[in-house]
Every structure is written in structure tokens, then in C-alpha cells.
Design a protein around this ligand. Sequence first.
Ligand SMILES: [Zn+2]
Length: 187
Amino acid sequence: MIRRSAHAVKLAILDRDGVINQDSDTFIKNAEEWIPIPGSLEAIARLNHAGFRILVASNQSGLGRGFFNIDALNAMHRKMRRELSVLGAQIEAIFFCPHAPEQDCQCRKPRPGLFRDISRRLQIEMSGIPVICDSYRDIQAATSVGALPLLVLTGKGRKTLSQHRDDLTGVPIFDDLAAAADALLPT
Ligand SMILES: [Zn+2]
């Protein structure tokens, strides 16, 4: 069980690709390619039912690179929300960076812009908030705002673990979102 700091609200921030849905080296470009990782939607439902508000914070540089447009992204998110609603689950808000890397924005993780945005919009301190992710850049972004990164081994997670093992001291590691979620739930 992960002990959250005493003042932390019941909120968890999830990366999307490689955490909720299967990732692809060629980007997730449309709703058909958006395929949930087994057990991930049920894990969000368990968190919801335990009183957690769930947010998504996701780099979507495929927009800035021109691989898909905002209509396609909205269709992916409609599919995600529809499949969650069947389980009585919901994501409160989806924060995404639409920029390509060369646009040098402040929101593309590992920069902290998305988390600062969440903090401002929800009037919530990021300190101790669990951030469930599969990439080292997500861990860097979460750490830089004082959040609590949890690494899952789905998506890029195994690669992250092998490439950054020495930098992951103190970062809890789980097989997948289902296992990470269970660690956040009261026993
Ligand atoms: Zn951005």
C-alpha cells in the first residue's frame, strides 16, 4: 500500500498511452487504435469507487507532428469515456500537450506545465499526488512538482526500468495500472 501524505486529496493522475491503453511506436492515431490494456479500465473504476478523482496528463505530440487531428483525439477520448462509463467509472478531465518536441513548449513532459495546469485549474497542490506512468520523462515531470510517481511496466515501462534503474530509487514499480491502483486503495 502506498502511503500518501496526510493532506493529499484523493486524486490520481494517469498517463494515457502505455498506462491506460496499449502504446504504439507509430502513435495512437484514431479511436480504432485506442485499445485498453486488460484490467486498466476496471482499475480506474475501483479507484473511482474508493473516492478517487482521476485525471489524465498526456503528451500527444502526434497532433503537433500532424499524424492526427483534434477530432481524432476527441474520438479516442469518447471511446475511452464510453468504455469507462459501462463500468460506472469516469475520468474527470484530460490534460494533454498538443505540441511537437521542436515547439519547445512548457507543457510537454518532462516539463511540468501539464501538472502546473492541473494544480491551477483544480486549485490542488501536487505534493504527494500519485502520478501513474510508464516513461522516465513522466517521472521527471511528476517529481519536479513534488508529486508521487509510480512506474508501471506496461507500455514503455520495462524499457524505462532497464535504462533508468539507477534513477528510480524510491519510485514504486508495478506490473500494470491494476496493480498500482490496488496499492493506492485502502486495504
Ligand atoms: Zn506542449
